[in-house]
Design a protein around this ligand. Structure first.
Ligand SMILES: Nc1ncnc2c1ncn2[C@@H]1O[C@H](COP(=O)(O)OP(=O)(O)O)[C@@H](O)[C@H]1O
Ligand SMILES: [Mg+2]
Length: 528
């Protein structure tokens, strides 16, 4: 029976050919049927094995099977392509070119406790480039439940790793930039204005260490009574100029603040930078002061006149008293009263002038308050009125009544008008000095008006005017056409700065043969 031997050898598809109707015939039919079934099952098994084999080979991750000594029993294509193992290689040799096992080995632990383990590894590809992979292990047991091998599955994460490294590098780069920006930078919670982060410059400027100030409120840097005001402002504006801040030692700083909304991990945040302008403001302050002193000098003769008048009245009165007393004559009560009253009012007038001068020369911070512009003009004339009169210069008033108030610094604005009036005085003087008997009036006009949004002040004169070529330059610091000792060239540049600080604008216009006109505009202060 050759066929039965073939079947025993696994050749299930050879058929017995017994064509008998007896028992032998039935037996051979049964054997035939059985061998066909076995053949089909075997085929199916082979197919499945092939499938698994292909799966094992083709999965896009690295699979190895190792024995207790980390010798590679099997591995898939991915592994052999990547690491080029030699037959009988050890895991550590193939993966990393080592000659003994790694200190921490998930396969070792799987053999110890029969559980899956995980690790992250790095090594070199066969082309020498660095590679990272994450490793999972699982035990392979025999029928008795003994661990006979370990399967190690590795996933190449080199790409992700490189991205992570890139990210880390760029994070480092940005954090280095962030920390090295010379201005303080704060990241604020949009709602609470708490400081979420800040850069190293904060310590240099404010004297607070990073961890001291993080999680505290940004508003604490402000004056207590101004915090509410700034809380709203920070949330609604992008620039705040000349805010008062306090540093860690309680010193006052003036800062310009820039605010911009930005995305931040965990939501939206405000990115706030501050720049310390204290020094600059101090320098400006000194310049303003210097120009004030110069203005005082320019006014000195006029003021001397102004003081002379009350003094001469008082002198006349006192001479009268002395003569009367020498002659032992009685002074009538009524006359005595009239003269005493006169003296009293002239002393008041002199005192007023002196106080005004003293106040004018005082150094002060910029303080904005609601002001009636007409009042400021009238005050400026109080100091200068007399000397204009002495020169025969007429002041023409054209003030609009009941103007809305504006938010300005009245002392500094007075300085602006005094500068303009002195310039007008000098311009008129200049014109009449060259031609003393010319026609026309010596005249300064002061005009105020308003529209819906702003108030306009105009200071005009009947001087020679300003040539077009000069109009652009007159606001430059130290630009002067006057003789040494007569002009400093600071008046208009300081005035320009003051008007700007009060959120206004100043402009000069001059037409031929018409004199000069300075037009100043301020926004109307609105009720909140
Ligand atoms: N009202 C004016 N009429 C003609 N020129 C003027 C007038 N105001 C200013 N200027 C010109 O602008 C220049 C700069 O003025 P200013 O800054 O006040 O400096 P200063 O008065 O010390 O020269 C003056 O020197 C003058 O040439
Ligand atoms: Mg001047």
């Amino acid at each position: 029976m050759n066929e039965t031997r073939l079947i025993a050898n696994g050749e299930y598809f050879s058929q017995l050919e017994v064509d008998q109707e007896d028992e032998m015939g039935q037996l051979s039919a049964a054997i035939n049927k059985m061998s066909k079934k076995i053949g089909e099952k075997q085929q199916e098994l082979n197919k499945q094995r092939n499938e698994y084999q292909t799966l094992f080979e083709r999965v896009p991750c690295i699979i190895t099977v190792q024995d207790r000594n980390y010798r590679l029993i099997r591995y898939n294509r991915e592994f052999s392509q990547k690491f080029n193992p030699q037959p009988g290689d050890y895991c550590y040799a193939a993966y990393k070119g080592r000659n003994q096992k790694c200190a921490i080995c998930p396969v070792e632990r799987t053999f110890e406790d029969g559980l899956s383990h995980f690790s992250e590894e790095k090594g070199l590809n066969k082309d020498g480039s660095p590679t990272h992979w994450i490793v999972n292990t699982a035990p392979i047991k025999n029928q008795e439940g003994e661990i006979i091998a370990a399967m190690e599955m590795s996933l190449d994460v080199t790409h992700v790793k490189l991205l992570e490294e890139e990210l880390e590098k760029s994070e480092k780069k940005y954090s280095a930039i962030f920390d090295n920006i010379p201005n303080p930078v704060f990241v604020l919670d949009m709602e609470t204005l708490d400081i979420l982060d800040c850069n190293d410059s904060v310590e240099a400027v404010y004297g607070y260490k990073k961890d001291e100030i993080i999680q505290t409120s940004f508003l604490q840097l402000f004056r207590e009574e101004e915090r509410n005001h700034y809380q709203n402002l920070i949330k609604t504006s992008s620039v705040i100029n000349q805010a008062r801040h306090f540093n860690g030692s309680g010193d006052l700083l003036f800062v310009n603040i820039r605010i911009s909304p930005s995305d931040y991990p965990g939501g939206k945040a405000l990115l706030v930078t501050t720049s310390d302008v204290t020094k600059r403001l101090e320098a400006e302050q000194q310049l303003i002061q210097a120009s004030k002193m110069a203005t005082l000098g320019e006014m000195a003769t006029g003021v001397a006149h102004e003081l002379n008048q009350p003094l001469s009245v008082i002198k006349t009165a006192s001479r009268f008293f002395i003569r009367k007393i020498e002659r032992k004559e009685k002074i009538e009560d009524e006359i005595l009263f009239t003269m005493a009253t006169e003296i009293d009012s002239y002393v008041d007038r002199a005192t007023k002038i002196i106080n005004h001068m003293r106040q004018f020369s005082r150094q002060s911070d910029l303080t904005l308050e609601k002001v009636r512009i007409n009042d400021v003009l009238e005050r400026a004339l109080e100091i200068l009125g007399q000397q204009l009169k002495v020169r025969g210069i007429e002041v023409v008033w054209d003030l609009a009544p009941d103007l809305p108030q504006i938010l300005v610094d009245p002392d500094r604005l007075e300085q602006v008008f005094i500068n303009l009036l002195i310039n007008a005085r000098d311009a008129i003087d200049e014109k009449w000095q060259s031609q003393p008997h010319q026609k026309g009036e010596k005249k300064i006009t002061l005009k105020t008006s308003s529209d819906d949004n702003k108030i306009t002040v105009e200071v005009g004169d009947s001087g020679p005017g300003i040539p077009d070529s000069m109009l652009e330059r007159i606001f430059e610091p130290f630009y002067t056409t006057k003789k040494v000792g007569q002009g400093t060239g600071l008046g208009l540049s300081i005035s320009y700065g003051i008007v700007k600080d009060c959120k206004g604008s100043i402009q000069a216009v001059s037409k031929k043969n018409e004199g000069a006109r300075f037009i100043i505009k301020f926004p109307i202060a609105r009720e909140k």
